[in-house]
Design a protein around this ligand. Sequence first.
Ligand SMILES: [Zn+2]
Length: 251
Amino acid sequence: MIDSHAHLNLEDFDKDVDMVIKNAFENGVKSIIVIGIDAKTNKKALSIVEQYEGLYATVGIHPSVADDGGVETIVDYLSHPKVVAIGECGIDLHWRQDNLKQQLDIFDQQIRLAIAYDLPLIIHTRNSFAEAYQAVLPYKGKVKGVFHCFSSGFEDASKAIDLGFYIGIDGPVTFKNGKEAKDVATRIPLNRLLVETDSPYLAPMPHRGKRNEPKYLPLIVKEIALLRGLTLMEVIQQTTANAKQLFHLGD
Ligand SMILES: [Zn+2]
């Protein structure tokens, strides 16, 4: 399995990141993509993944720090052999609506970099699928990536897929009240689905509320298999192939 979205570069993992990675490997998670969100965590993502085979990094400017600018700080990293995507970037209208223009500007700069460097995009949306979708639409066919931690409905998922993107499914698919996530995970084409933990956030059941770790990824995969009436192995094989294809991961 590949955990296609984990923030092992946040302080939550400062004390035991080695053990967290070891436990992931022992639970069948052979590959982890460590996601940067700002200058500090981009740098740290690289310093972690350089120590492990099977770990890869992404660098990006998250919409929550859009006011700081700083897209130029990621350019130096984009040719690094272990940087497999740009992000996470995108639009967040849950926490702030007043700086949408700035968020859109930083996002657009990263979309252009993704095209220039032929890297996929990791897109964050929160209460903002329509805005993020409209921002990517002019570049349809030139850029691909994933709408990570998808929190919108099946119709929006279909629009994202039509744009050439993948859909990231996380812990909420295991929640009792995760109706929409379950619906999306059941109905989208399996060859467009990526599995991710978004560690340390959104731990799947029965660990909800605790620190999430890549070792819990099998719980998400199991739920998807259950929902779709597939075997665990069928979901693992297809979602692993999806991640390898999108991020150009070697064996
Ligand atoms: Zn994230």
